[in-house]
Design a protein around this ligand. Structure first.
Ligand code: ADP
Length: 169
């Protein structure tokens, strides 16, 4: 069965899926963009669990390309899967790390038994990854690794992101 990938233009915090992916930073303590929106709307339970994860498993932070799940607090979703995207570099090819974010997030969701998952466009905000290249990497990885999910959704914020992902799909 091919992976069922859907694209929507919207806000990641408003998705009726079991797991939503957070474009986090390695501190897991919150930030701007997707991260800020998830913590604002999900409430303090999420950061409390992140703090425990830092204390117990990730003393020096969640590594780039890795993913870890917490409660989703007050969001509609059941879980937030935090992943740390690579910062874009013109000198060094970090594509494998961006692919790893998608792969590891799917793995974490699968371990929880989630059947539906929504991703933002990881690394394309503050981390400056060019949208068309990020779209290709995300779609290729989700298509190859998303087997078994009822739905793998990409949530694009704004028309330009949506159009770029649509063209890549
Ligand atoms: P990163 O640090 O990985 O670049 P950002 O959160 O800065 O992560 O941005 C990732 C992408 O998510 C950008 O394309 C940004 O426009 C988009 N974005 C920002 N807020 C939201 C939101 N609430 N829902 C979905 N996408 C969002």
């Amino acid at each position: 069965m091919p992976t069922h990938i859907t694209l929507v233009q919207g806000d990641i915090t408003e998705q009726d899926v079991e797991a939503v992916v957070n474009a986090a930073n390695s501190s897991l303590m919150g930030g701007g963009g997707v991260d800020g929106a998830i913590h604002r709307k999900g409430g303090p339970e999420i950061v409390a669990e992140c703090r425990r994860l830092r204390a117990e498993r990730y003393g020096s932070g969640l590594p780039t390309g890795a993913a870890v799940a917490t409660t989703a607090g007050r969001l509609t979703a059941r879980w937030v899967i935090h992943t740390v995207g690579p910062v874009w570099s013109g000198q060094e090819d970090r594509s494998e790390l961006l692919a790893s974010c998608h792969r590891e997030s799917l793995r974490a969701a699968r371990e929880l038994g989630a059947r539906t998952i929504a991703f933002p466009a990881i690394s394309t905000g503050v981390y400056r990854w060019p949208l068309d290249d990020a779209a290709r990497i995300a779609l290729r990885t989700l298509r190859a690794e998303g087997e078994g999910f009822a739905e793998v959704r990409l949530v694009l914020f704004g028309q330009r992101s949506y159009d770029t992902f649509r063209a890549a799909l």
